[in-house]
Ligand binder design. Structure first.
Ligand code: SAM
Ligand code: ZN
Length: 310
């Protein structure tokens, strides 16, 4: 199942549908045009969108960082097993442990046996999640500001055939209620406007659908907004932020989402703070994690929510 691109995408300014015009797309409402990459990825992060220069600068920053740190060249062995590189390749990488655990919770608790869902990922980069959606017969749409063939959406071709669209998570080029499930991994904290990105994810999800933000950076409530670990990335123009767990929870709630589960992305129990609370059936893990993440210095959170039914 794959919806034709022109049926799926909308103008991120006025939400009208688009028509094809040579190598570009033209909005049938406001007349703006949008290009596409040589491999056919529509470029919906238009330079006129709020914050676009900073976001395009971030895309450049990721290339600089990957090249400097030696992970720009793709590695099929690694990409084939993402996010489970610790189990499959014997790595000991905390970030992938957290991505893997959070993603598995999403699949186990919020997808279960469902097949054929329409799924949107925001900030998908290479789109490693695609293989899990394709094997469940889902219609998966990968979006990111980064289209690079090695570390961005271009690399998604390695995983198969699915829609890849350059898009800003704060201005998603889709109609309301298009998706059954919308999620991102380590992307909300890159938003220039966190509540706006969460609102957009909620807007494009159907009532009752799932919205999840996995493995997002969190600071304790008494910490300042500077996380020293992010300094290098910021210098490259990468838009790094660190929010309190309450800022994430408020953004979800105000977007009309009901938070169903909030836990450490690595799955560790909320120790030492919140350990007792986390024993309360059903809501315990969320309460315990809120307490624990309010008190720590810096850590992460994964939030699983459902959009309120109308
Ligand atoms: C830490 S990386 C995570 C990538 C991927 N989700 C993963 O786990 O491998 C953050 C991603 O968010 C993307 N990003 C940053 N700002 C964004 C925005 N406004 N809209 C969509 N994606 C954005 C970046 O380009 C980058 O690919
Ligand atoms: Zn338009």
């Amino acid at each position: 199942m794959r919806t034709p691109l022109l049926e799926l995408i909308r103008c991120p300014f006025c939400r009208a549908s688009l028509g094809e015009e040579g190598d570009a797309y033209r909005c049938t409402g406001c007349g703006r045009t949008f290009g596409r990459t040589d491999d056919g990825i529509p470029l919906m992060l238009h330079e006129g969108l709020p914050g676009a220069p900073a976001k395009l600068r971030e895309a450049e920053g990721w290339l600089e960082r990957a090249q400097a740190e030696g992970w720009y060249e793709p590695n099929d062995t690694v990409d084939a097993v993402l996010p489970f590189v610790n189990q499959e390749l014997g790595w000991n990488e905390l970030n992938w442990l957290a991505n893997g655990h959070s993603f598995q919770v999403l699949l186990d608790r919020y997808v279960e046996g469902s097949r054929g869902l329409r799924v949107l990922e925001v900030g998908a980069a290479k789109a490693w999640g695609s293989r899990f959606w394709l094997e469940r017969d889902c219609e998966y749409v990968a979006t990111d500001i980064l289209t690079d063939p090695n570390i961005g959406l271009g690399r998604g071709a390695f995983y198969g055939d699915f829609a890849r669209i350059q898009a800003d998570g704060e201005h998603l080029p889709f109609a309301d209620e298009t998706f059954d499930l919308t999620y991102c991994v380590a992307t909300l904290h890159h938003a220039l406007d966190l509540p706006r990105m969460v609102r957009e994810m909620a807007r494009v999800t159907r009532p009752g659908g799932v919205v999840a933000g996995l493995n997002e950076g969190v600071r304790g409530v008494l910490r300042g907004s500077e996380n020293p670990d992010q300094a290098g990335e910021k210098e490259l123009g990468i838009n790094e932020h660190v929010h309190s767990v309450w800022a994430y929870a408020a953004a979800f709630t105000r977007a009309g989402l009901v938070v169903r589960r909030l836990e450490r992305p690595d799955g560790w129990p909320p120790r030492p703070y919140g350990r007792l609370l986390s024993k309360i059936p059903k809501i315990g893990m969320t309460l315990g994690t809120l307490t624990h993440l309010s008190a720590i210095r810096f850590a992460g959170v994964s939030i699983y929510a459902r959009k309120r039914s109308a």
